[in-house]
Design a protein around this ligand. Sequence first.
Ligand code: MHO
Length: 201
Amino acid sequence: MGCFWGAESLYGATTGVLRTTVGYAGGTKEGPTYRNLGDHTEVLEIDYDPNVISFKDLLHLFWNNHEYGLTTPIKRQYMSLILYHDEEQKTIAEQSKIEEQIKRSPEVITTEIRAKTNFYPAEDYHQKYRLQGHRDLCDTLNLNSKLLQTSYVATKLNGYLAGVGGFEQFKSEVDTMGLTPTQKEYCNYYVEKNEGQGLYC
Ligand code: MHO
């Protein structure tokens, strides 16, 4: 979809998404890093509750939020890529691509759909990138390497603080996050201020 920072905020604030991890996948190079990606792509791994949001809804967000659009050829690092985890996802993804292609015709969608292989989590400083921009808040959240990849609260805040999801939705869920009054006040201020700002930087 482009740079994975944007994708992580987009999905993080989406109701039904439980946690996200940015990483590298889709290629063959062993142990890729940001500076040495090889043939991998920046991707987002998403854990979600299928009783709350469907794979199809996740795909709807995918098709409509590409940093460079769907039809511009772009280097492998930022290419449009869906990595499915099972046959059911494969069928749904392929069908949704056909529908999307009809809408965009005569332009041709560059998206590739392939089976998920190795996923390599990205370096800590790429995880929850927009949340980590709030240094003082992060210091109080005690996010270690593991939590940067797995924390529900970090996933949500990384989306809301980037302006995704909106202030109303945030207020309806903030009390489930276990924030201190100071953390909550801080987040209220920035979530309201940043609502609707662009995803990609
Ligand atoms: N626009 C960003 C992209 C970083 S990303 C994780 C930059 O140039 O630093 O690919």
